[in-house]
Write a protein that binds this ligand. Sequence first.
Ligand SMILES: [Fe+2]
Length: 191
Amino acid sequence: MVLHFPDDALLGIMAALDEDTLAHCSRVQTLALTLGELMGLTPAELLDLNRGAYLHDVGKQYLPERILRKKAPLTPQEWELIELHPRWGYGLAEAWGLSPGVNRIILEHHLWANGQGGYPQELMGSKPGLLTQIVTVADVVDAMSSHRPYRQALDLAVGLEYLEEHAGTIFNSDIVALFKAEIYPFLRHSG
Ligand SMILES: [Fe+2]
């Protein structure tokens, strides 16, 4: 069993994040760790997953508040900025001397499981690591089921539908199936 909360060293790197992003990162961390434990990952893998899941959006601290809080659809220029946050986060994590496994999660968390889409563009064609693929599923579950400035929270069932629709492309099919079987029923009932 690993810690479900960040060690103190990680709090400093996250301090500049806005409250909503911080709360999102915490929820993704818990969900990703639950998946990782169900998958029987090693303690070393769980440690990287714990940190990488918590830090995955750390690069968002460089995004202007007006973009993070924008209610209207983002412009192409604003999307270009958003798409830089994995690279920014990776740079931060490297500077903090975090492990390559953690850094990789931060860099790859918007890359499709099959390597054929998402961003950063320069990684297109390479598949993200297994730990990243866990975080990607956890990230989408939380992003879809929580309130965002531009929309209300969607029903968790809509989130599951989206995961299943894109299993094998954006998402790892086995992780989606595990989420559906082992976690979704409990989240449904916890409201
Ligand atoms: Fe992100």
